[in-house]
Design a protein around this ligand. Structure first.
Ligand SMILES: [Zn+2]
Ligand SMILES: [Zn+2]
Length: 285
């Protein structure tokens, strides 16, 4: 079944880029994918409506080609406003107080505002350790949230968006925001007694990367969103960030059989991956 990309490119453009779309119910919007069946749900997920601000003309003529997922419709404005409110609540009422609460622990372990800046090599080592700690804590807390006991009451909120947009990276139940978003990011600096410069750089990087992983576009020279995008579509695959623990636990076996896996690379050119690695013909029908 065909669908209409937001930029309304001609049919020939669509055929050239071999953009395919999943079936979706008329009138269904992002946020209506229930995710109740956490076992390999093939639900009719819908894509987000995103704006490309500055991309090469080739892309701006065919933004659909940049999508990690070809699913697309418009975002329900009511759902979007509700999501923005939740994200602001999480940032202002949870993240900020949590950092204030943990500051004395940081100060006790190693004053984050000390005069000496860390050396560049130490900073790189810290970043590597932060990333590993984040991978471990995020993977296991995320898998726990997919347990039926916690999924319905907590994590289902984040999965209302089966084809997310950037801001949905922090659209989560408050408990999930503490356990799965904040703690995995903040434990590293606590353990390492890091300087404020390392902490702010790490938090900024983590926020940018999680936003990219939810944005729905596979943009050149930026991290691939395919992995987490697949998680939002299938629910029981790709729980981690790096993919290391998914590989060890075999929770990426389905993903590895898809075209999304082949596209899960750093895009080093301006040809959309939906053109260079198109879906197989049978999926396009
Ligand atoms: Zn997500
Ligand atoms: Zn999940």
């Amino acid at each position: 079944m065909g669908c209409q990309p937001e930029s309304q490119p001609s049919l020939s453009t669509l055929e050239a880029s071999q953009v395919t779309c999943k079936y979706m119910e008329p009138g269904q919007r992002n946020g209506e994918g229930s995710g109740d069946n956490v076992q390999n749900q093939e639900g009719p997920g819908l894509g987000g409506s995103q704006e490309l601000l500055a991309v090469p003309q080739h892309f701006s003529q065919n933004p659909a080609g940049l999508r990690a997922s070809c699913e697309q419709v418009t975002v329900d404005p009511v759902k979007l406003h509700q999501s923005i409110r939740t994200v602001l609540f999480n940032q202002c009422m949870i993240s900020f107080p949590m950092v204030v609460f943990l500051y004395p622990f940081l100060k006790w372990w190693g004053d984050p505002c000390r005069r000496e800046l860390p050396t560049f090599h130490w900073f790189l080592l810290e970043l590597a350790i932060f990333t590993l700690i984040e991978e471990v804590l995020f993977y296991y807390s995320h898998r726990l949230l997919h347990h039926p006991t916690f999924y319905k009451k907590i994590h289902k909120k984040h999965h209302e968006w089966t084809a997310p947009i950037g801001i949905i990276s922090l659209y989560a139940h408050p408990i999930e925001h503490v356990v799965s978003n904040m703690l995995p990011a903040i434990v590293g600096p606590l353990v390492m007694g890091s300087h404020l410069s390392s902490i702010t750089t790490w938090f900024s990087l983590a926020l940018i990367i999680t936003t990219i992983s939810h944005c729905g576009y596979h943009l050149p020279f930026l991290p691939s969103p395919e992995f987490h995008d697949y998680h939002h579509r299938k629910f029981n695959q790709c729980y981690g960030v790096l993919g290391v623990l998914d590989h060890l636990h075999g929770t990426d076996t389905m993903f590895k059989q898809t075209k999304a896996y082949e596209r899960h690379v750093l895009l080093l050119g301006f040809t959309p991956l939906s053109e260079s690695i198109p879906e197989s013909p049978k999926k396009m029908e």
